[in-house]
Design a protein around this ligand. Structure first.
Ligand code: SF4
Length: 96
């Protein structure tokens, strides 16, 4: 592969990665919406966006998916995003 071919390959590869990344972000935005405190399951599990329990928040619960965002996925509420500072009755401490 010549230097020019390699440069062209790297340029198009990088473009492809950006496209795939942006594509997955937009798919995620459509697939997941913020969980409402009025949702039937949320009410059953007493979910709230602001935890009433000191030291127990969605961000340190073993059911949370991901980290570092204000709104994250949760195994208990598939397809919904919960607040990192939220809480529900299913909270269990994430193993260290
Ligand atoms: S199970 Fe409850 S406390 Fe744990 S992340 Fe999900 S909503 Fe938050």
């Amino acid at each position: 592969m010549s230097n020019i071919d390699r440069r062209r390959f790297l340029k198009y590869s990088a473009g492809g990665l950006v496209g795939v990344t942006l594509g997955s972000v937009s798919i995620r935005a459509f697939a997941e919406e913020k969980l409402s405190e009025d949702d039937v399951t949320a009410k059953a599990l007493k979910y709230v966006h602001k935890s009433p329990v000191e030291g127990a928040v969605c961000a340190n619960c073993m059911q949370i998916k991901g980290a570092g965002e204000e709104w994250l996925g949760c195994n208990i509420f598939p397809g919904k995003l919960v607040n990192a500072n939220g809480w529900c009755a299913a909270w269990m401490k994430k193993p260290a």
